[in-house]
Design a protein around this ligand. Structure first.
Ligand code: PSU
Ligand code: MN
Length: 307
């Protein structure tokens, strides 16, 4: 397929892909909506730097003026992180309309997977994976990220999922959709701010090579979808369980009281949790993101070496 009408790959990423060098895609909602300004931009740049230090080429993805940009320049990253621009958050359903209208938006995991796949990138890392929200039996709020994982062959390295979701139901949903879930050096599916959720990840793998081999096998078997690899937050940065679960419960109650729904739910909960924990959740978020970039780059290197 010729995607050039709406896909623009940076020269650096294009060159790396042509030479079969490892590339790691990054979503942009974390920079646009997941972190406070200006920490968001510094973090976006630092994540790219860490990926480089670990031998891969970073490709942050966003939609700018109707084009899916794969590999943002510094200026473009600053643009994405500028809160005064109120950039939208685009998932799968939004991309065609935004592209037709020439609009700009940060991309969620699902939209980033779509662009990465069009560009030929197979490994990505994400701030947070969307999932089945608490109370989904009433609201039907289930992130399209999970559907995307079932149909698009991209590996997502993340720190598990936040307890703003129903983690048990999120794992059930991924099982129904046939998406492999791997714990990286852990049996337990991590809960983002903490190392354990109490729910088992499907499989434990311990090295980048093992993960790359499993992902390559999924490709050889002709599966259409991707894989979730969950890397627990480094021990020294893990949050106190009582503090974080309490903060999430409180934020959840406020969201219900204020009638927050739809795509506003996640950003609302995250900023409340940050306030309640006096910024400690943001600090943990930064550290686990850096750790994820290291592991994602190593997996991308191992995967490229196998090709
Ligand atoms: N969960 C988080 N942090 C995030 C997101 C989810 O803990 O930043 C973002 C990601 O971009 C994810 C998207 O793809 O929100 C999912 O949004 P929704 O729940 O509206 O599908
Ligand atoms: Mn939703």
């Amino acid at each position: 397929m010729d995607y050039t009408e709406f896909l623009e790959i940076s020269p650096e990423v294009k060159e790396a892909l042509a030479a079969n060098r490892p590339v790691v895609a990054l979503e942009s909602v974390m920079v646009a909506h997941g972190l406070p300004y200006p920490v968001n931009i510094e973090t976006g740049l630092k994540m790219e730097e860490i990926i480089r230090e670990n031998g891969a080429v970073p490709a942050t993805i966003a939609m700018l003026d109707g084009k899916l940009k794969v590999g943002l320049s510094r200026e473009e990253l600053h643009h994405i992180g500028d809160p005064s621009l109120h950039l939208a958050k685009a998932s799968r359903r939004d991309l065609p309309v935004l592209a037709a209208q020439g609009k700009s938006s940060a991309t969620t995991v699902s939209a980033t997977m779509i662009a990465a796949h069009m560009a030929g990138i197979e490994i990505m890392t994400a701030g947070g994976l969307g999932g089945v929200h608490r109370g989904a039996e009433r609201t039907m709020d289930i992130s399209t990220d999970l559907e995307e994982l079932a149909v698009t062959p991209v590996l997502i390295l993340c720190a598990g999922a936040k307890a703003i979701l129903d983690l048990g139901l999120t794992l059930e949903y991924l099982e129904t959709k046939g998406v492999p879930v791997v714990g990286y050096q852990t049996e337990d599916f991590p809960a983002f701010f903490t190392r354990k959720s109490g729910f088992p990840a499907g499989h434990r793998l311990d090295t980048p090579e093992q993960v790359a081999a499993a992902f390559q096998m999924e490709r050889r078997m002709g599966y259409p979808g991707g894989m979730v690899v969950a890397n627990p937050i480094p021990e020294e940065y893990a949050m106190d369980e009582k503090l974080i679960w309490g903060a999430i419960d409180e934020a959840q109650r406020e969201a219900e009281e204020q009638g927050i729904t739809g795509k506003q739910v996640t950003p609302f909960l995250l900023s409340k949790v940050s306030k309640i924990t006096q910024g400690r959740s943001v600090e943990a978020n930064l550290e686990l993101s850096y750790a994820n970039c290291r592991v994602a780059a190593k997996i991308a290197c191992a995967y490229a070496a196998m090709k």
